[in-house]
Ligand binder design. Structure first.
Ligand SMILES: NC(=O)c1ccc[n+]([C@@H]2O[C@H](COP(=O)([O-])OP(=O)(O)OC[C@H]3O[C@@H](n4cnc5c(N)ncnc54)[C@H](OP(=O)(O)O)[C@@H]3O)[C@@H](O)[C@H]2O)c1
Length: 283
């Protein structure tokens, strides 16, 4: 039995992971913004599951959750932090307001750093582990996905450095890198994208309007072709339970191939490939 804190547990991968870990008999803290989102699972697994409130942008939420968890912790059992909460934002670099960049980074990068700093002493003491949820977008920089992609590149780099810092202390650090998976992240991102589009200046719309439309169509298609959450949750469970977890769990349709292409394909060809989906790019 391990003790696991999962952020972003209200839906998608986080929710699936909470369910699987409770099924396997682990003690789970599900961190959500709205506790009512966990009602069903809480009544089903009342002896194993506790819901805590964490908005990734709010450091006092993290302090409060830490105090609550600390008071119930069994120091003889491994503690695992799963940094799963995240949002996806796509936009031309030029037109996205700096406040939007900041909010995305608060959730996808500074939030995980905040949690790592808070819980690492506990993780060190219990020889536990940290599981960060990155993305294949943390290896490939598609045009108009810089906000999301750059946050996941940063998370991947953070994960690599951290692993090299704390593995001598007995702490394991793992990165999950899913490809497109059927969760609400897609509809949320499309909705947010529409909101951003309405905020674009006429000038920006004239320059990038067609590409933003292509991006929306691309996202809709990718969402339709995405895999189910089970395969990704299975990897997350392995990352938590396996005595010797992998460093990286690349999971999804052709994801290993994509990672290889991103690493070894000459940049000129890779650029052409990634730009080809954007109609009007030469207009
Ligand atoms: N689905 C994919 O195709 C895919 C692919 C690669 C990587 N990923 C990564 O997988 C992770 C989980 O995403 P998902 O696909 O399961 O998406 P999801 O269904 O949209 O779930 C995202 C979770 O993050 C939470 N969240 C968002 N903003 C937050 C904030 N400010 N504070 C705390 N929690 C917040 C959401 O909580 P609320 O309900 O309160 O908003 C939700 O629980 C993310 O890191 C994502 O980048 C997903």
């Amino acid at each position: 039995m391990k003790q696991v804190l999962i952020t972003g547990a209200s839906g998608g991968l986080g929710y699936g992971l909470v369910q699987s870990l409770c099924e396997n008999g682990h003690r789970v803290w599900a961190a959500v913004r709205k506790p009512e989102s966990m009602k069903d699972l809480q009544s089903k697994y009342s002896s194993l599951l506790t819901v805590v409130k964490i908005d990734m942008t709010n450091s006092s939420d993290v302090d409060q959750a830490f105090a609550e968890i600390q008071s119930k912790l069994d120091s003889t059992k491994e503690f695992v932090l799963v940094n799963n909460a995240g949002i996806a934002v796509g936009s031309p670099v030029e037109s996205l307001a700096i406040e939007e960049w900041r909010n995305l980074y608060e959730i996808n990068l500074f939030g995980p750093i905040r949690l790592i700093q808070k819980f690492l002493p506990t993780i060190r003491k219990t020889k536990g582990r940290i599981v960060n949820v990155g993305s294949i977008s943390g290896r490939i920089s598609s045009p108009f996905l810089a906000p999301y992609s750059s946050s996941k590149f940063a998370l991947r780099s953070l994960t690599d450095s951290l692993r090299r810092e704390v593995s001598p202390l007995g702490v394991k650090v793992v990165l999950i890198e899913p490809g497109p998976t059927k969760t609400n992240i897609w509809s949320r991102s499309l909705e947010h994208g529409q909101e951003l589009e309405t905020k674009m200046t006429d000038d920006m719309r004239a320059v990038y309007g067609k590409q933003v439309q292509s991006l929306r169509k691309g996202v809709e298609k990718t969402a339709r072709d995405a895999i189910g959450v089970e395969a990704v949750v299975e990897c997350m469970v392995d990352a938590i339970e396996n005595e010797n977890p992998k460093f990286y769990y690349l999971v999804g349709k052709n994801i290993c191939l994509m990672a290889l292409v991103a690493r070894f394909m000459p940049t000129r060809i890779l650029d052409k490939m990634l730009m080809s989906g954007f109609r009007g790019i030469k207009d």
